[in-house]
Design a protein around this ligand. Sequence first.
Ligand code: GLA
Length: 738
Amino acid sequence: MIQVLCDGRLFHLQTKNTSYVFFANPVGRLEHIYYGARVEDPATMLMRHGRPAPASFCVMRKGEYSNMGPDVLPQEYAGFNSGDMRMAALIFKTEDGAAWTDARFVSAKVVTEKRALHGLPSSFVGTKDTDVANLEVTLLDEVGGVEVTLLYSVFADNDVISRSAIVKNVSDKIVRLERAMSAQVDFAGKNHYEMVNFYGSWARERYLDRTPLRHGIQATGSLRGATGHVHSPALILCEPGATETMGETFAFVLEYSGNHFEAAEVDQFDGVRVQIGIHPGLFSWKLNAGESFETPEMFMTRSGEGFGKMSRNLHDFMRSHLIRSPWNGKRRPILVNNWEATYFNFDTQKILDIAKMGAKLNIEMLVLDDGWFGHRDDDKSSLGDWFEFKKKIGDMKDLADGIHALGMKFGLWFEPEMISEDSELYRAHPEWVLCVPNRPRCYGRTQLILDFSRPEVVQHLYDVMAGMIGRAGIDYIKWDMNRNMSDVFSAALPPDQQGEVAHRYILGVYKLNEMLIEAFPNLLIEGCSGGGGRFDAGMMYYLPQIWCSDNTNAMDRLAIQAGTSLIYPVASMGAHVNAQHDVARFIPFETRGNVAMAGTFGYELDLTKLDEKEQETAIRLNKAYHRYHDTISEGDYYRLTDMFHENDVEAWSCAAKDKKQAVLTVVRRTKIGNIKRVPRFTVPGLDPAKHYCLVDDAVEAAKQQVFPGDVLMNYGLWCSELEFRDCASKVYLFEAID
Ligand code: GLA
């Protein structure tokens, strides 16, 4: 719900449990007032809002009222070089060379339609009967001739507010945009937060840092051209001591897959300014008279019940209002991918052998990974040549028919944005790569990057990919991207627009996704970038799942998947059972399966090498997938162990929305001698008044254990099966019986 109060100058964005309040003050600065637990009438907040006295050394324009000069004032979208010395949300340069920004309130309107951004991901109302309200606030920098429209949408049921900004040149001269954040949130008079953000690397994605905020700017981001393995486009604030179930937490998440920036600045009066948006490094945008720039959308949530509720708000929001694939909410086919089974060393027979064994084990899709195209037998050639390597796999249609004849779906790997120098495409179009003239080029995995800021490049990729998908009847594609971006320069743009290349590139990536989705609405697309290097809410708008990490070791995956779950829903996390690669630890097949089950679920191994016992386990896991994976992927997700530390035992639990089923998964990392206690875990999200059977197919019906919901929710369950083995795991399935 949106309330507009105080003669149209006080705005109250109210969700089920939160209130977000801001105010157009008498001189037109948009003051942030409050983001916190829900209140009913925020008007009285204005009576005593602000510092008792102006801060010395605050500069302000003549006639500017306030006991809070611009450098102290909490603002919704701060300007630059005009009094507020903290991070600016908006910086632009006018033709006279000035970088001076001060956009003041003009008007606001509540609108019924949720605006969709052009060529960018945007959350949507969706089909569910939800309460979504929208507010558009217009600010104007009169001197520079720049209008800013701040878009707010309130997804009341999810406790989520989405935001973005549209910057329009309303002058008759050229304006150069240097920085345009998607959102800023100023927390004033409320401080001592801690910040949680993501860090990592290839094979070690989305680890968590948690540190007290200190004075100054603390920022993460990416200038890698993509989200990157190192940081994620999200930032979390929490009160000290916040846990999974207690304490105030805030999450800010960017729907963007390119260079991103997320920062918190603690100012001289302990106010905290949060900003998130496109990274201002490697960015500038020329706005001719009348042109607009739309920032990517971000969304934010606040939970008064710790990180668990915060994550569930985000998961629900993304599943209902962001992931638009028709596969969203649907059970995905259990897949086997040949990458870790064969790497480049395969032929038609090998792939069909894996598929045949897959069919026997009730696996539902075979994905043919890297190495099927051009003349690619290693990673040194052929990217860009998306036609089949005939000597290796014959005709793709025949192979696809062969897999389909087994009753399985067929998926194919592409790396659309890349090009090898040793490729027909490069020989035909050397000008299509990103590179700076007269500078040495940087290579990653021997490959170069195609200039996706050029529409003809995007169109070409569409033509060849759509041709293959249509001709062979491909059901799924894995869209990979295997290097960081450097040499950012487009031969197609003039010198004064080179700052646009990185963003235009991402718009090209989104455009190709859009074209493919339009042409093949039921195509299941899985994102990937050397594992989880482009795992973000922007890609999720187009594709429902992303390969979480190239690290498929179940013990290592525990931290990666828990970190990822802080923001992103389980249903989006690509996770597969791998072969026993770990030389230091024996990880039972069952455990590898139970960990992969907390993701989209599939296999990443040579099925033909499974022994009989492993085959039986795979059949059991595949049956279990159909029995309870809907609860894992579509239900409420609860982390039961501390995700900031490695624990001897890790546990998570998922409860179906209708409370008829819950799945508790417990994994023992290491066995220590004479352990203090057998782990006991509660099972949250049940109906306290119902009774639940602990389903064990090995036990006859009359002897199944039945527990009241309130006992499971409060006393919990002793997981004694885990006492004796390293890397042991157990899934406890509860089904309501009344
Ligand atoms: C990346 C992906 C892997 C695999 C290889 C193929 O590293 O993350 O899953 O597809 O590329 O080259």
